[in-house]
Structures are given as C-alpha cells and as structure tokens.
Design a protein around this ligand. Structure first.
Ligand SMILES: [Zn+2]
Length: 276
C-alpha cells in the first residue's frame, strides 16, 4: 500500500487533548462517569479541559477514576449555576463570588486552572463589570479563559487585563463561531501572543473529504502552536457522537505534516497547562 498512487494520508493516530469538554447535569444520568471516561479512552483522549453546569460535573470528572482511565483532567470553573446565568453573568456580582468560592475549593485533581466556558452573544457585554473583573482576575491568578465570543469581544476582553491581553491565556472557543474571516483570526493571533483557537463548530474549517479548507490549512501551518481541538459536549447528542467527532479530527489532522498534527492534537494543550 505504501506505493499506492494518490493514497489518502493515514488518520492521525497519536494522543488527543480535548480542550472544550462539558459534563453538564443533564448528561450525567444517560452518560455516567464510567461511560464518558470510556468514550475518551477508546478515542485516545488523554487530557481534557473540563467544565460543567453546575460545577459538580467537573468535580465528578476530577475523581481518581479519570487518572486510572489515563485521562488528565484540567478543571475550569463554569460561570453558570443554571441556564439563566448565561445572559447575566457579566454583570452579576454573585457569579464573581461563586468563582472565588470554587477557586478556594479546588478539585480532587488539583486547583482549578481556568474560567469558562462563558458566552457573550452581544460583544458589548464583554465590558460588563463582572466580565472585566474576571478577566483581570484570570491574568493575576494565571488562570486560562475559555470564551465563546466574536472577534470584537476578544479585543474587549483582552483590554480588561493589566497587560492589555499580552499576558493572558485566552482560549477562543470555536475560534469565532460566527465565522470571523481567517484574515481577522490571523490578525488577533498576531496581536495577542497567548491567544489560542479551539476549533469545534468553526464554520468553513473543513472542505470535501473532511480535510481542512485551503485558507484554514494555511492558517494552522502559519500558527501551528496556536490551535487545539475540542468536543464541546454541550448537549447529550455530542456525547452520543463523541467517537465520530474525534474520528473527524483525526482525519484532517492526518492530512497535515506529522509534527503540526501532533501539536494541534496534543502538544499545544499539554504545554498550555504544563502536562507531560
Ligand atoms: Zn461549549
């Protein structure tokens, strides 16, 4: 087969770091801990950024059972106790207090390492008083941030940190779910040296046969150290299709140079959180 003309590149076969995983309340009954850990294990997912609504799901994932299954849990504090919090967290002081309580509490897998995922459906809300305080807190405490926001909100969030965004690890969930043009993503990656792009649901990412579209291939080759993959298990259907999601990533990763594939699949997340 090695000499087959025009053979498809083999899928990426190394470890995966799932940089966007939720274990929400509604997932826990159909998908108990043993089930979700098995899904990760059989897909070669060896580390996850875990967050959940409410935070109990993350506490459950951070149990010794994850380590026994070969999964390193990087816990993030979710800003939501319930669905209503999605639309008001950025100005709700009780959310700031909840974050402080969770940070003090930590998890069985160690201290919380980040904040989020949070959503900004209107970018102007990035200037909400609690959003600003949380961004400053993230930089001061070296917490990463997982933000579902448009490109305008990325600039606003970064402006709220003491370093004006030069010294905060912000993971841009979906790298702009609204489809910010690749050139605009390029501009933001150049402006903020620690900005990372997570690629679930990213419009225009893959083209025919599941490989990266040309402009995205160019972008990940230009910034091989700045992208990560994620499942975004925000609803149970995403757990049901976890195998297919990971296979989809392995297919386009396999079409990239091996070192670039390995960085996006694993190394970038491992480096971000100091994993081995
Ligand atoms: Zn999400």
């Amino acid at each position: 087969m090695a000499f087959a003309c025009g053979a498809q590149a083999a899928d990426y076969a190394g470890p995966l770091f799932d940089a966007h995983l939720h274990y929400n309340e509604d997932a826990q009954s159909p998908h108990p801990l043993a089930d979700v850990l098995d899904r990760m294990k059989r897909n070669g997912v060896q580390a996850i950024v875990a967050n959940s609504r409410p935070n109990d799901g993350t506490q459950a994932l951070a149990s010794p059972k994850a380590r026994e299954a070969g999964v390193t849990v990087v816990p993030f504090v979710r800003l939501y106790r319930n669905r209503a919090d999605y639309d008001s967290w950025f100005r709700d002081e009780s959310i700031y207090d909840m974050v402080q309580t969770e940070l003090a509490r930590g998890t069985a897998a160690g201290p919380f390492r980040g904040l989020g995922e949070f959503h900004l459906y209107d970018s102007a809300n990035a200037n909400g008083p609690v959003a600003k305080k949380l961004m400053a807190l993230a930089e001061e405490k070296s917490l990463a941030v997982l933000a579902h926001a448009d490109d305008a909100a990325i600039d606003l969030l970064m402006a709220s940190t003491p370093s004006k965004g030069r010294n905060v690890r912000l993971i841009w969930a979906h790298t702009g779910i609204g489809g910010a043009p690749a050139a605009r993503v390029d501009q933001l990656l150049a402006r903020y040296p620690l900005l990372m792009g997570e690629l679930s649901y990213r419009p225009g990412l893959t083209c025919e046969s599941g490989k990266l579209c040309p402009e995205w291939r160019e972008l990940v080759l230009k910034y091989p150290g700045r992208f990560m993959i994620g499942s975004d298990t925000w609803v149970n259907q995403r757990w049901q299709y976890y195998d297919e999601l990971m296979k989809g990533y392995r297919a386009w990763l396999g079409d990239l140079p091996a070192d670039v594939a390995r960085r996006i699949a694993w190394d970038n997340g491992a480096r971000l959180f100091g994993l081995k």
